[in-house]
Write a protein that binds this ligand. Structure first.
Ligand SMILES: [Ca+2]
Ligand SMILES: [Ca+2]
Length: 270
């Protein structure tokens, strides 16, 4: 129930803010960032402002999301870091004193070209060209026939990726790979990129993935057991929020192909 005209202070319990790469981007599109957040649990919040911040948290711009709990910020400049925070407001337009913690990231990474793909059955160091590669980005495969052995980001538009291809299907292409920036992720991202849930790169989301995540349960960034591939939601700790999406997608095989179909059918939401 919403209460209005009272003297109650807005009490905001904002949960995590998640920044998600866009589901689909084409080289012709300007960069975009999808922001999503948990709804405020108090009774007086009727909407949310998305504040665009400078590096010192001064507000540069405000996007009114209304009652929605996600927005897509479009027309962003490639290879530029953007910083945001979410602030609820009540029916009188009063802004909450408490806002979410700021979150900062590049627009959604984009792969434009893959040069030097391996021959069938071979391993090769290929060059990925694109935009918005974070220095700490990982590269994962969407196809079990193609494996990423190693990836080194040289700059925001270039990464060297050691790839193997078992020779089945088409030669590796940009569509087979995903650049994963180190930013917190949530459900819409996993729907678009279930390959990040296949933590062992087997091509299937299965019990082996769950086992590996559980074996490192509780490890935080910087600790010996921590591995970025196991921290699928990118929040810096391996825990229940990494187990839940893997469980939700358990059994998904041929990830690159199946994910699109499932997305279109609107099934497997959680
Ligand atoms: Ca797997
Ligand atoms: Ca995590």
């Amino acid at each position: 129930m919403m209460t209005t005209g009272t003297h109650r202070r807005l009490s905001i319990t904002l949960l995590a803010v998640a920044v998600l790469a866009a589901a689909v981007t084409s080289p012709a599109m300007a960069g975009e960032i999808v922001l999503a957040w948990a709804a405020s649990s108090d009774e007086v919040t009727v909407g949310y402002d998305v504040e665009v911040l400078d590096p010192f948290d001064q507000v540069l711009d405000v996007i009114d999301a209304g009652a929605a709990t996600s927005v897509t910020v479009r027309d962003l400049v490639d290879d530029t870091r953007y910083r945001f925070r979410i602030r609820p407001y009540d029916a009188t337009g009063r802004r909450a004193r408490e806002a979410s913690r700021p979150i900062e990231t590049f627009p959604a990474p984009r792969i434009d070209a893959l040069d030097g793909a391996p021959a069938p059955g071979a391993t090769a160091v290929a060059t990925l060209r694109g935009a918005n590669f974070d220095p700490e980005a990982r590269v994962v495969s969407r196809r079990s026939a193609v494996r990423v052995v190693d990836a080194v980001v040289e700059n925001t538009g270039l990464a060297r990726v050691t790839l193997t291809w078992d020779g089945t299907g088409a030669s590796p292409s940009p569509a087979d790979l995903t650049v994963v920036n180190p930013v917190r992720k949530a459900e819409p991202y996993f729907r678009a990129h279930p390959e990040v849930l296949d933590v062992d790169g087997s091509g299937t989301i299965d019990e082996d993935d769950l086992r590996q995540v559980r074996a490192a349960f509780g490890a935080g960034r910087g600790e010996p057991q921590y591995e970025a591939r196991l921290d699928v939601n990118g929040d810096g700790v391996i825990g229940g929020e990494d187990v839940a999406p893997i469980r939700a997608w358990l059994g998904l095989t041929r990830i690159g192909e199946d994910a699109t179909r499932r997305l279109l059918e609107g099934v497997d939401r959680f």
